[in-house]
Design a protein around this ligand. Structure first.
Ligand code: EPU
Length: 336
């Protein structure tokens, strides 16, 4: 247990924030014992994975628990798929690479996403036409209220776009300790996302292997997204907003180049990066916080930014997008 602990190296935004108490969790038994400790019972709690989807706006006056339990293995076969399980503290990208080394395709489109396995279901991470819900089998969650673990299926997790039960009051108290994925024996590349399909064709990969798809995704991400080890950021700062077909039609009359994608339920998902870009924010800074010059959806810490500076920048962007397009942007990272 650490006291007055710096969290600067534990959040990919690189914001200087401190925790009153800090502990690294290596097992479910240790987790249970820590949460049952009467001396810690009155402290607010914050669970950390890779710290890649949160923004510290203040010091955390409570107990930070960093999930660092490790382990990954093949569980077995089921219904034409191979089940693989990883502990919450495993690095996401390293886990994806490990599955590929086992000859198992299915998660290659999600290569290089920062963060941990345990955090991946919370916002149902997604990229290049895939989301973890597509490969998800089940997870083990620890319930501090009962002191027991339980298995949760995809239906239990209520996955949505960058959303799950773990972001809502009835699931927010649960702690994910491991996640199991079902990877298909009959693998097919997922080339629904035009940018990925084009990059594969450009590379002459008409029938790519899972590893080649992964390498291509990694190359695209390196080209467009800042490496958090170099420039602090939390990936997309806003979700892509979903509007009604009617609102989209009205917007298209005024802005014919608006980027939009029809959703299965008839709504339209707009590209927040395009909206922000059109408002002239790309590459602009407010204090030490800025908008990444190659992708307007990513806010960055240019060095020494405070959470308040990032919040002020985000508020200014939201206000501009609202004024120009009448569309409300919702932040993707969790504000602490
Ligand atoms: N666009 C612009 N200007 C910009 C950025 C984007 O005009 O500055 C336009 C692009 O030209 C494109 C459209 O907006 O037509 C969409 O852009 P892009 O393909 O880069 O994807 P995105 O919608 O901005 C989403 C995810 C990313 C994910 C990519 C690829 C969200 C909030 N973001 O971004 O996820 O990597 O698609 O699948 O859904 C993350 O969640 O942290 C993240 C990086």
């Amino acid at each position: 247990m650490q006291f007055d602990y710096s969290l600067e190296h534990l959040n990919t935004f690189g914001i200087a924030a401190r925790a009153r108490r800090f502990v690294e969790i290596h097992s479910v038994d240790q987790l249970a014992a820590t949460l049952a400790d009467p001396a810690l019972a009155s402290l607010p709690r914050l669970f950390l994975g890779g710290g890649s989807n949160l923004l510290f706006t203040r010091n955390f006056d409570g107990l930070v628990l960093r999930m660092a339990n490790l382990g990954k293995h093949i569980v077995g076969k089921q219904h034409g798929a191979t089940l693989v399980r990883a502990a919450a503290g495993e690095n996401w990208h390293a886990f994806v690479q490990w599955t590929l080394q086992q000859g198992l395709g299915g998660m290659e489109n999600l290569s290089l996403i920062p963060g941990t396995v345990g955090a991946s279901p919370i916002q149902n991470i997604g990229a290049y036409g895939a989301e973890i819900k597509d490969s998800f089998h089940s997870l083990t969650a620890f319930d501090p209220a009962s002191g027991t673990t339980r298995t949760m299926t995809a239906a239990d997790c209520r996955f949505g776009y960058r959303d799950s039960i773990f972001k809502h009051p009835d699931g927010a108290g649960l702690v994910i300790v491991d996640v199991t994925f079902a990877l298909p024996d009959a693998w097919q590349p997922n080339t629904r996302y035009a940018e990925l399909a084009n990059a594969l064709l450009d590379a002459g990969l008409a029938q790519p292997t899972p590893q080649q798809v992964s390498d291509t995704v990694v190359a695209i991400r390196r080209r467009k997204l800042p490496d958090p080890a170099v420039i602090g950021n939390a990936g997309s700062f806003f979700k892509n907003p979903v509007v009604s077909a009617a609102q989209c039609a009205v917007l298209l009359e005024q802005f014919p180049t608006l980027v939009h994608h029809a959703q299965p339920d008839g709504t339209e998902k707009l590209a927040a990066g395009w909206l922000i870009d059109q408002c002239g924010w790309k590459g602009r800074n407010l204090g030490a916080a800025g908008v990444y010059p190659k992708q307007a959806l990513v806010l960055v810490n240019n060095g020494g930014a405070t959470g308040a500076e990032v919040v002020a920048l985000a508020a200014a962007i939201r206000a501009d997008v609202m004024q120009r397009y009448g569309v409300s942007l919702e932040a993707e990272p969790v504000f602490i």
